[in-house]
Write a protein that binds this ligand. Sequence first.
Ligand code: ZN
Length: 314
Amino acid sequence: MLTIPALRFARSLTALSLLAFLVTTACRSPQGQQSGPADSRPVVLTTFTVLADMARNVAGDRLQVHSITKQGAEIHGYEPTPSDLEKAASAQLILENGLGLELWAKRFTAAAGDVPTVTLTQGIEPLLIEGDAYAGRPNPHAWMSPQRAQQYVDRIVAAFSGLDPAGEESFRRNGEVYKQQLQQLDRELRSSLDALPERQRLLVTCEGAFSYLAKDYGLEEAYLWPVNAETQATPKRMARLIETVRTSEVPAVFCESTVSDKVQRQVASAAGVRFGGTFYVDSLSEHNGPAPTLLELQRHNVRLIRKGLSPQGQ
Ligand SMILES: [Zn+2]
């Protein structure tokens, strides 16, 4: 048993350890890491991961760039969380795609108050959705054309130069390097897709997200639904697509990473063709996946197209 002075000593030890614990805890960030100097670079938010990749290529290390939606997220009908809205309000700049892509953009930018929002497709002549309930509306997936993606880069360079005028020269230089990479990509995709035989140039996907790519490289497209905002594979749409696949003699169909491929696999089996794999369009893959950047995303998709549509599966 402890004597009274020993008990007091033990209690004061406990109080001292508690104090030490509180002091240590206060010096740590919520993630349990030692706090360091805060990152004071301006914060740029993008609505999805592909735009964040493009923006980082221009920003270099002068700005922090974050995407609101994460890899694999469905981006058309996304519901911003309270934490997303807080992030919007404390950012210095928001980059969105526009052309009706982000159905949630209004709510998001309203929460951002007077944070400037730049629409990257402004000035781009959009392709229009043909047929179906969306006929006549702009197709928002313009980044899928390496030619048009260069117009996004110009808009990003101008937006960043307004945000951080001292970095203008650096943004312009980074933008030029990135545009050269997109031009190289354009040549690569063209020579790769030019090799497809005339009878097998039909690209069958879940979403009609490949119109820009198809137009640039002379492909036809057929899909289950025009935009992911309503991922509705009605029996009528399914039957129509099965019929198209059968009559076209195309050997494979595809689907995208941000939606379920279940219905497209049924189309493949009903039409007697292969399911050719998963494309990336509305989202990059994880860092160690097949499409961690826009350039790799395009190369991955075109490899799948070549493999699926070439006569010997080249
Ligand atoms: Zn989409």
